[in-house]
Ligand binder design. Structure first.
Ligand code: CA
Ligand code: CA
Length: 202
C-alpha cells in the first residue's frame, strides 16, 4: 500500500452537499431563500481563505421561535474524509451572530465517530473571513450534522467549510462476503438507534 498522503482539499459545493435538517426548530428563515436562493449559500465559499461581504444574498439568517431553538444542517461529503480544520464565517455583531454550534460526525455507515461544540468568534466587517478551528482528527467522516443557535434566538452566518483528506481505505482491502452482510445489518441497527434518540431528544 502506498503511504503518500494526498493533499488536503477544501470541501465546498463542488464536493459536498448540504440540506436543512428535520431537527430544525420552529422559526423563520427571514430573507434567506428570497428570490430562489438555496441553502447552498452555506457551502459556496471558493476556498478556506475567501472573504465574503455580508448581504441578504450571501448570508443564512434563521430566527428560532423559542430560546434554545436553532437551525440544523446536514452535510454529506459523498465519501469518507479525515477532517483537519473547520472553517466558520460568522456574522459581525452579537445581535445576530451564531453563538454556539454542536457538530456531530458520522462515518459512511452512519455510525457516530465524534462530537464537537464550538462557540464561534464574531466575523469581521465588512469583509468576513473564516475562523479556522483545528480539529483533533475526526477520521472517516462522511456525514456531519450541525445545530446552530444564538442566545437571543438569532442565527446569522455566511459559510461553513471543512479542510480534509480523503480517508485511507481500510487495510486488508476487499472485505469477505460475510463481512459485507454484517456491515449491512449493522447499518440498519445504527440507523434505528439514531432515529430513536432523535425522537427522544426532540
Ligand atoms: Ca455564502
Ligand atoms: Ca449572538
Amino acid at each position: 500500500m502506498g503511504s503518500a498522503a494526498q493533499a488536503a482539499v477544501y470541501l465546498n459545493k463542488d464536493l459536498i452537499s448540504v440540506s436543512v435538517g428535520a431537527g430544525t426548530s420552529p422559526g423563520s428563515f427571514n430573507n434567506t431563500f428570497s428570490g430562489g436562493q438555496t441553502i447552498d449559500k452555506v457551502i459556496d465559499a471558493p476556498s478556506a481563505t475567501a472573504e465574503e461581504i455580508h448581504s441578504q444574498t450571501t448570508h443564512i439568517y434563521f430566527t428560532a421561535d423559542q430560546a434554545g431553538g436553532g437551525l440544523e444542517l446536514k452535510f454529506d461529503f459523498n465519501q469518507e474524509y479525515d477532517i483537519s480544520t473547520l472553517h466558520f464565517w460568522n456574522y459581525d455583531s452579537e445581535g445576530f451572530d451564531v453563538d454556539n454550534v454542536d457538530f456531530t460526525f458520522f462515518n459512511g455507515a452512519n455510525t457516530q465517530v465524534g462530537m464537537l461544540s464550538v462557540m464561534p468568534a464574531l466575523g469581521a466587517s465588512p469583509a468576513i473571513v473564516a475562523q479556522d478551528i483545528v480539529l483533533a482528527a475526526p477520521l472517516n467522516v462522511r456525514y456531519v450534522t450541525a445545530f446552530l443557535t444564538g442566545s437571543n434566538r438569532q442565527v446569522d452566518f455566511q459559510n461553513i467549510g471543512f479542510t480534509a483528506n480523503v480517508s485511507a481505505p481500510p487495510s486488508g482491502a476487499i472485505p469477505e462476503p460475510a463481512t459485507w452482510a454484517m456491515m449491512i445489518l449493522g447499518f440498519g441497527a445504527v440507523g434505528s438507534t439514531i432515529r430513536r434518540r432523535r425522537l427522544a431528544g426532540a
